[in-house]
Design a binder for this molecule. Structure first.
Ligand SMILES: Cc1cc2nc3c(=O)[nH]c(=O)nc-3n(C[C@H](O)[C@H](O)[C@H](O)COP(=O)(O)O)c2cc1C
Length: 188
């Protein structure tokens, strides 16, 4: 099984990063091959609405997304991890998602089937506050992102009340929960 982890925080070694590492470690413990993409380190333009993708399913912008499309389509499990910034995903991960309009076009305009209907997606998110609706907007974005790339929104770990770098280590269950999420998704 191939697992692709998308690390959406600009803070390397921060809360999201640690959670994603645990999830990937859990998946590896079940024999999965894992790869982590640190989006902040890549050059990914926002979508410019050129709409070249409506013609042939390919984005006319060439940058680090070129490789990511393939990785997204080859993964059996895609884990998106992001901190909450103003009740949403980070701009880095949102740019990656918006560029997947090309994959949306393949599926819904060009009527090309996604690779395999058993593929799964999971969402890991962390925020400082305890707001009831903290993750609602991002969950909707993830739902439609996963649909566009042809994976089933299978699991999530949403952690409230964690702010400073590394504070996730003080959380009573979050890192263990992330490990378990990775294990159960890799087990299938
Ligand atoms: C620009 C910015 C906006 C933020 N907006 C929110 C927010 O709307 N709600 C919230 O609970 N936390 C918010 N936070 C706090 C982060 O979500 C929190 O510090 C998180 O633990 C950071 O995770 P990281 O270490 O993975 O980057 C914001 C932080 C920044 C820098």
């Amino acid at each position: 099984m191939k697992v692709l982890g998308i690390m959406g925080s600009p803070r390397i070694g921060g809360n999201t990063d640690l959670l994603l590492d645990e999830a990937l470690r859990g998946a590896e413990s079940q024999g999965a091959d894992t790869e982590k993409i640190v989006v902040d380190k890549l050059k990914i333009s926002p979508c410019r609405e050129y709409y070249g993708c409506l013609r042939d399913g390919n984005c006319v912008i060439s940058d680090d997304m070129d490789d990511i499309y393939l990785k997204l389509l080859e993964a059996d499990l895609v884990i998106v991890a992001s901190p909450m910034f103003f009740y949403g995903l980070t701009a880095q991960v949102k740019a990656l998602i918006d560029r997947c309009q090309a994959l949306w076009a393949r599926r819904y305009v060009l009527k090309q089937s996604p690779p395999d209907s058993t593929r799964k997606g999971a969402f890991i998110a962390v925020g400082a506050t305890k707001g009831k609706q903290l993750f609602d907007g991002s969950k909707l974005t993830l739902k439609y992102f996963f649909e566009a790339i042809g994976v089933d929104y299978a699991d999530e770990l949403l952690v409230r009340g964690v702010d400073k770098r590394g504070d996730i280590k003080k959380h009573p269950t979050a890192l263990q929960d992330a490990l378990e999420l990775g294990k159960r998704l890799a087990r299938g």
